[in-house]
Design a protein around this ligand. Sequence first.
Ligand code: ADP
Ligand code: MG
Length: 698
Amino acid sequence: MGTVPELFGSMVFDDRVMKARLSDKIYNSMKKTIEEGADLDISVANAVAQAMKDWAIEKGATHYTHWFQPLTGVTAEKHDSFISPSPDGRVIMEFSGKELIKGEPDASSFPSGGLRATFEARGYTAWDPTSFAFVKGKTLCIPTAFCSYGGEALDKKTPLLRSMQALNTQAIRILRLFGNDEVRQVRTNVGPEQEYFLITKEVYEQRKDLIFTGRTLFGAKPPKGQEMDDHYFGIIKPRVAAYMEDLNEELWKLGILAKTEHNEVAPAQHELAPIFTTTNLATDNNQLTMEIMQKVAAKHGLVCLLHEKPFAGVNGSGKHNNWSIATDKGENLLSPGDTPHENAQFLLFLCAVIKAVDDYQDLLRLSVATAGNDHRLGANEAPPAVISIFLGDELTAVLKSIEEDKPYLDAGKEVMKLGVSVLPKFQKDTTDRNRTSPFAFTGNKFEFRMLGSSNSIACCNMLLNSAVAESLKQYADKLEGAEDFNAALDALIKKTIKDHKRIIFNGNGYDDAWIKEATEERGLLNLRTTADAMPRLLDEKNVQMLTYHKVFSKAELESRCEVMLDNYCKSVSIEATTMIDMAKKQIVPAIEEYISYVATTAAAKAALGPEISCKFEKERVARLSVLVDQIVERTATLEAKLAEFSDIADIIPAAEFIRDEILTTMESVREAADEAEVLTAEKYWPFPTYGDILFSVK
Ligand code: ADP
Ligand code: MG
């Protein structure tokens, strides 16, 4: 391996490579496309394709693919080789601008949520020049958007890019009002912290539930769990350290700024955080990171679990979406400034976020809704399903003083009057103490903590960007027409605080009293499951906002809602089917075998004479027999309910049936089986237990 700076980005066709390999003319027009979204000329595309191919071949590539993010949640690629026959019967390696710009994968195998029925089966992929191409294995990967022939987005990148555009448009209007004529682009930046579990391949392969569903469907609590808190930031085991080293190297080659790594709360749980970057790049990078994490694990004889809740009773895995808004001049618009003027601008952007989060709580909640994440949210280890914002006491007090038109006093000293004085600096350590908040201000960025570990960050960011664009639009509409800008600004900020302060909560988000206060007194939403949250996507106010900003068409929203709910139903049905299989073919036979052993022992003991006690054997056989009956009966109920489920035609009642009938029956099967596990001798149990799995990496 070379030095880190040599290694970093060595597999990426980035700005440095373009500068070195393209003529000035081509490079400049590429830059214009990347930075200002200018149209790409085909002659430019041809030149870029040529340079990209030559570079990729030097890196060992033989194929290229349009790399995209369909609604399934994983990335998709269809490889084509560069090979092209030449007249002399040999081959040459070719790649044209046309092939770079547009691909035509068969869309019929990707979910479209009904869009395909009305439009064509084929779709096309279009190059996103704002995200760099890279070589992975022997393939040149070209980040692309994926659309139907009618132009409807079938992926996550397209609406994300549209939301960035919407936010850019509205934020620039606001900046112009503050007299800033230089900024040409406003972008959001994201740094996603990624949690995961590492277990050995040996234990993984013995668990059908992990193989088919990514989580354990059975398993009694281990004797040693996370009670000791000795894993968090603890010493990293050599095997894990070797994995992390290898992983970092692979990520660095792909230009991903993997920076911190540490153990997490649960045994076998770890975290990786990259340095933040532009949202669409951060999204591509996070998808790649998840893929590489799994690949590198396989090389080390390990399995990387990205499921949100692989183990019941043990902390699940989330992802923290650290988000900020910045200009192309490098100014972070969520950073309190040094002058009164900057402060006013900061407060307006802050208010835009507060308003957006309150107005579109439902969108943020549903943006992270999956069957897996439903197990985490509100389970006292992750934020509740209720959205609220943590601002910290200091900033909350500043807002209160503005609302009440009183000067803000800090240690007796007046430090804040809108447009006149300077805001105190909010140190990260004074703002980041609360880890229970779903949406926390951490000094110069917001950290959205509800994401599940396997969620694509595209989903929450496209909705967050859109919601903030809407606040900014409403502000700009008012301010542009105002006679007295400062008075209008003051009124706007006051009104926002008054109307939306219910969303601000600095207390403990895990507290039951908070959920009661939030829902009963403050009227905040508590959308507990995917079945509750997802249909909200189609609420009139949401459709209106998202179509106004051209992030989605109505048809796209309908299709997405359908796909996400279908995904929820499918995930849980697969779990239920796996559960039935394991219960019938593994668990019941294992318990019966143990019962037979205990009963045989009892009979042998009884034969020795009446003075020998068989109390233990009798009690054990009695209890296990009850449990076996329960498992068998409840499994049969689950089968019957699955059959009933398959007859439900409409997606919303289907999702509700999954929530109310299938998941609850699954819990009852598990309850009986987990009790039986504790009562059955270890060598009879048919697969590795929680203790075996969680402490499998030595
Ligand atoms: P934590 O204490 O939550 O672990 P860190 O300060 O280490 O937080 O940062 C976590 C993530 O936030 C990192 O990915 C980091 O790059 C990202 N981050 C830092 N500043 C910003 C910013 N201005 N915008 C977006 N993300 C940021
Ligand atoms: Mg964090």
